[in-house]
Design a protein around this ligand. Structure first.
Ligand code: ADP
Ligand code: MG
Length: 236
């Protein structure tokens, strides 16, 4: 058996160094296997984004270890973290985080340029991804002119550009109308069916139910529930 793609051991994360506030994550351990689609549920403030940011190397644990694809993320330098994120992680956010003064195509090309992918290869891949995600006709459009659902498709294309082993999504349907949300649900489900490992933070129980193979629930920075193939209903 291969090692889990994510191994989090005994992690605590405090933003407040005086320890006046309770930690955002406390004594937290989790393993995720390649091919899983993990939904992370929990009330606002329960530590979901903190968890995602630690996996992505956007933040560091106060204690404990975070190993992703065999890389000890908690030990990387800033430059090491940048390379790790570029090569191993695709990220999708609630508000898309697209650059509004770049075309859709240029947004999708950006991660490849940063990674030094050859220009022709990058263009070919961007064209394929935009087609596959159903937004090819908007390649030369600017993101601000697209619907929320279309923007999120572009954001997913950008996240997948460098073929990351791990796709992370923080409330990807949080800013979408219900039709667009259904669209993004379908997209994430089919990506996982093709083997993409996904960790997805969401309030959207429909999203967890339709596209997660496993659901965890955080409560006050701790692992409260861990359920395979039977997502839980969670209080909002
Ligand atoms: P969730 O995503 O589940 O809403 P977060 O991980 O964002 O929860 O936050 C968990 C806790 O950590 C909250 O109490 C929040 O206020 C605190 N927190 C999150 N980010 C920061 C930060 N950058 N600085 C200080 N406190 C933070
Ligand atoms: Mg959050």
């Amino acid at each position: 058996m291969t090692a889990p793609i994510i191994q989090i051991r005994d992690v605590s994360k405090s933003y407040d160094l005086s320890d006046a506030a309770p930690p955002a994550l406390a004594d937290f351990s989790l393993e995720v296997e390649a091919g899983e689609s993990l939904a992370v549920l929990g009330r606002s403030g329960s530590g979901k984004s903190t968890l995602l940011n630690l996996i992505a190397g956007l933040d560091r644990p106060s204690r404990g270890t975070v190993v992703v694809g065999g890389v000890a993320v908690h030990e990387l330098s800033e430059a090491g973290l940048a390379g790790f994120r570029r090569e191993r992680i695709g990220m999708v956010f609630q508000f898309f985080n697209l650059l509004d003064d770049l075309s859709v195509e240029d947004n999708v090309l950006l991660p490849a340029q940063l990674a030094g992918m050859h220009r022709d290869e990058a263009r070919k891949r961007a064209t394929e991804l935009l087609a596959r995600l159903g937004v090819a006709r908007h390649a030369r459009t600017f993101p601000g002119l697209l619907s929320g659902g279309e923007r999120q498709r572009v954001a997913v294309a950008r996240a997948l550009m460098n073929r990351p082993p791990l796709l992370l999504a923080d409330e990807p349907t949080g800013a979408l109308d219900s039709a667009s949300a259904a669209d993004v649900r379908e997209l994430l489900t089919s990506l996982n069916a093709e083997g993409q490992t996904i960790v997805l933070v969401t309030h959207d129980t429909a999203l967890a139910e339709s596209c997660a193979t496993r659901t965890i629930e955080l409560l006050d920075g701790r692992l409260h529930r861990d359920v395979r193939n039977a997502p839980v209903a969670v209080a909002r």
